[in-house]
Structure formats: C-alpha cells, structure tokens
Design a protein around this ligand. Structure first.
Ligand SMILES: [Zn+2]
Length: 250
C-alpha cells in the first residue's frame, strides 16, 4: 500500500508591522493538514464582503474547507466582523481593488493606489498582509504585473467561471462548479449574491464527498513544482511537487 505522507501546514496570519507598537491581542493559529496526493480545489469569492459572506463561511466551517475572498476595499468597513472572522477561520483575503475600477484603464500610480489602499485596509482590520491580487474583471496588463511585483502580490485569476453574477441561479452555479471541478482548479464565484450563497450549501458538501480538499489559492500554488512569483499570473494549480520533494516542517 502506498504510504501517504501528509504535510502539516501551520497557518499563522501575518501580523501587521505598522507604526503602532501594539500587536493584535491574539494571533489565531490553526493547524491544517493538506494531503498533496489528494485533489485540491480553490473556491474564490469576488466583490465582497457582503451580507451573504457569513453564510458561505458557515458552510465552509461545517466541512473544514478554506476559500479565498477577494475583497473590495471600500466595502470592508461595512462588514469588519465578517472580514475578521474569515481571517480568524483561516481563509485567504485577497485584493480585488478599492472600488472595482478597471485597472487596465489606469496609470501605474493609480493602480498602486487602488491596491495599496485595499491592502492597508485589510491589514488594519484583521492584521493580515494580503499576498494575492485578483484584478477586477480578471483584466491584466504589464503595468498591473509590474505594480503587483513591486507590492509582492501574486496575480490569480481562475480556471472555472461559474457566471453566477449573470445567472443568479443556485442550480446553474452548482452545475458549473461540478462540471469544472478538477484537481488544481480555481473557481470564480461572487459572494455578493444570495443565489451564490445558496449554491454553496449544496455544492461545498458535494465537493467534499467527491474527495476534494478545499484550499486557499496560496495553499494551492504552494504545491506547484515550479516557483510562484509575485507579478506573475496564475489561473490554476500547476504540476504538483513530487511527494519526495515535499518535506514536513522540522
Ligand atoms: Zn469583481
């Protein structure tokens, strides 16, 4: 029988090293076990936080799954507890611009402002320094890549587009995810819609039943055999590291 080696991944949300000497009262530390020999899938939710985000967090919590929330900066102060909860429960918080401007239409200086304001807001609210950019509309050009590289951000789009924003139909979203589900898939959803939150109640338990580990995009990319670089664009997990090249922390 093949021996399966599990990798113990300790997720420690990065502490904000701002000018303020005070550190967050308690950094949440959660031990995660990800088995690199089993299929992984990354659910991503754009355009939140919203009043529907907590319901998605509830479903993920029930199965121990993690996801990535690509936040609009100017919405964070409307749902600070939701953002704190997502961080505390081990989900990834990514930058999706400050106000959903089309970044490809902006000068580098303005792209930087959109991303920095959102990055700082996420850090201010929950002490996490985001490492991933999901650009609005998934649009990317060389200017955006250069700014992302400067800010140490990896750009992540998707391999499965649910079109949930268009259909606003839970069954369509469930079907799109199950049709596109594959090892290494990155799935685009939007936590801005009640229909998407409804879809998650059905599809998340089903993905678990089908054997998928629900991971964040950074977790997914961390198993890539090749180096993941800030400023580069990724749409799915790449070829996996071989089992022998993965070593557990000492
Ligand atoms: Zn968006």
């Amino acid at each position: 029988m093949k021996h399966i080696k599990s990798l113990f991944l300790l997720l420690i949300p990065a502490l904000a090293l701002s000018g303020c000497a005070a550190r967050p009262a308690a950094a949440t530390v959660s031990a995660r076990v990800i088995d690199p020999t089993r299929p992984m899938l990354a659910l991503t939710f754009d355009d939140g936080p919203s009043k529907y985000t907590d319901s998605i967090l509830d479903v993920l919590a029930a199965v121990g799954g993690k996801a990535t929330f690509c936040l609009i900066g100017n919405q964070i102060d409307n749902f600070p507890e939701t953002v704190k909860r997502a961080a505390a429960e081990g989900h990834e918080l990514a930058i999706h611009t400050w106000d959903h401007k089309e970044l490809t239409a902006l000068k580098s200086r303005d792209i930087c402002t959109e991303l920095s304001k959102t990055k700082d807001k996420i850090t201010e609210v929950c002490g996490i320094v985001p490492r991933v950019l999901r650009p609005s509309y998934g649009l990317v050009n060389d200017k955006i890549k250069a700014v992302a590289a400067d800010m140490d951000l990896v750009i992540v789009n998707w391999s499965v587009d649910t079109l949930d924003w268009k259909t606003k139909n839970p069954k369509s979203t469930v079907n799109a995810i199950l049709r596109g589900a594959a090892d290494g898939a990155i799935v685009l959803c939007h936590d801005l819609y009640g229909a998407t939150a409804e879809a998650m109640k059905a599809v998340i338990p089903q993905l678990i039943e089908e054997g998928y580990q629900l991971v964040t995009v950074s977790e997914l990319l961390s198993y890539n055999a090749t180096e993941v670089k800030a400023g580069d664009l990724y749409r799915k997990g790449g070829a996996r590291k071989t089992e022998s090249s993965i070593s557990a922390p000492q």
